[in-house]
Design a protein around this ligand. Structure first.
Ligand code: UD1
Ligand code: UDP
Length: 346
């Protein structure tokens, strides 16, 4: 029986693994789970293991936070030892973080075939660290699971055509599963008016603290309630943490995130996952980025790209556009089943 080493490390990867895990068990795959330790605060990591019933990692590499090079290198050095010990037949990485890149380099250099889940996404902006991680990882991968036809086309344009499978998005699987629990969930709000849901953490938006602080200041002036679960990276930049209309929270659970999105009238975000969840819940989403690798959301009329244009953000929030057309462009909610089935036949 083939042995798989799954590497996670950041919040969205833990969430994606949660969608895949039941299918790995069902397909009777032999696997071990390694956590890089890139995210270590309980609200970004451990809490999801409990909430989404994920097995405890077999190894935690405790990489923590540092510069891109230090973080990537630290994961690489520790992962190499684990791979020597475990001797997996395949190394599996998710998405586009530094954990993904570190795994791609270590597995490739150690001659372990690399599997990339969420392959083929491109923002076409190489200033974005994640874009570099995606390009390198896809180039090195032996098996590529793409979330959409567009992702497959992107790979094809780069000459990557072998062993590419369009499976859909693991986030959509989990969304479909958890959506059922949304009706049983209720969060008491300290107000009765409508509200926007905000998340921000991208390097391009947090490099300059002025952007985040000015955005919050301008949002407050609109007298519209905003629920803002704040990534620690962003929280550390805030000059003011006490607002009347902006409700700053620590990062919240997955089901609470879905609940807030579902009950908001609009979403403002630079997150890949939150963009998709807004789309899955058919909410208009103001994308605080100049481009998105989830371009279908814009094409189908749910997303508007605003970059760092705060005036535009406020204008769109105050005048939300009419909804787009929902299509299952990111699969049918069976990505996990498809991925596990392909892996079990290797
Ligand atoms: C990382 C990913 C990003 C992904 C995001 C998911 C890279 C290059 N970026 O961004 O693609 O969208 O995760 O959330 O891999 N910090 C804490 N506690 C933690 C983790 C981080 O306080 O548990 C703070 C530290 O100050 C750290 C900063 O957040 O320096 C950034 O963390 P890092 O993991 O480097 O990047 P993210 O912004 O989380
Ligand atoms: N998320 C969460 N709690 C929060 C904010 C986000 O559970 O307070 C979830 C969200 O539902 C989505 C994922 O985290 O599934 C997105 O992760 P993140 O924004 O950190 O990274 P990205 O998707 O941009 O890489």
């Amino acid at each position: 029986m083939k042995k798989f080493l799954f590497l996670v490390g950041a919040r969205p990867q833990i969430i994606k693994f949660a969608a895949l895990q039941p299918h790995l068990k069902y397909a009777d795959l032999s696997f071990i789970l390694v956590h890089s330790g890139q995210h270590y605060d309980p609200e970004l990591s451990e809490n999801f293991f409990h909430e989404l019933d994920i097995k405890s990692p077999d190894y935690n590499l405790d990489a923590g936070s540092s510069s891109h090079a230090q973080q990537t290198a630290s994961i690489m050095v520790s992962l190499e030892k684990v791979v020597e010990n475990v001797k997996p037949d395949y190394g599996v990485v998710f998405g586009d973080t530094n954990t993904t890149l570190a795994g791609a380099l270590v597995f490739s250099k150690m001659g372990i075939p690399l599997v990339h889940i969420e392959a083929g996404l491109r923002s076409f902006n190489r200033k974005m660290p994640e874009e570099i991680n995606r390009i390198v990882t896809d180039r090195l991968s032996h098996i590529l699971f793409a979330p959409s036809e567009r992702a497959r086309e992107n790979l094809s344009k780069e000459g990557i055509n072998q062993n590419v499978y369009v499976t859909g998005d693991l986030h959509y699987d989990l969304f479909r599963l958890m959506e059922k629990h949304l009706n049983e969930t209720h969060i008491e709000l300290p107000f009765t008016d409508r509200f926007a849901f905000l998340t921000l953490h991208r390097e391009e938006n947090t490099k300059n603290p002025d952007f985040v602080n000015t955005l919050l200041y301008e949002l407050e002036k609109t007298n519209t309630h905003v629920i803002f679960p704040c990534h620690p990276r962003t929280y550390s930049l805030l000059k003011n943490r006490e607002f009347k209309y902006i409700h700053i929270l620590p990062p919240v659970s997955y089901i609470k995130t879905l609940w807030y999105i579902k009950n908001s009238f609009i979403v403002i975000t630079d997150s890949g996952g939150v963009q998709k969840e807004a789309f899955y819940l058919k909410k208009p989403v103001i994308i605080a980025r100049s481009e998105t690798e989830w371009i279908e959301i814009v094409e189908l009329g749910y997303g508007k790209l605003v970059g760092k244009d705060i005036n535009k953000t406020i204008e769109l929030m105050q005048n939300p556009w009419s909804k787009g057309t929902f299509q299952e462009v990111y699969g049918d909610g069976k990505a996990g089943e498809k991925i596990a089935s392909i892996l079990s036949k290797l």
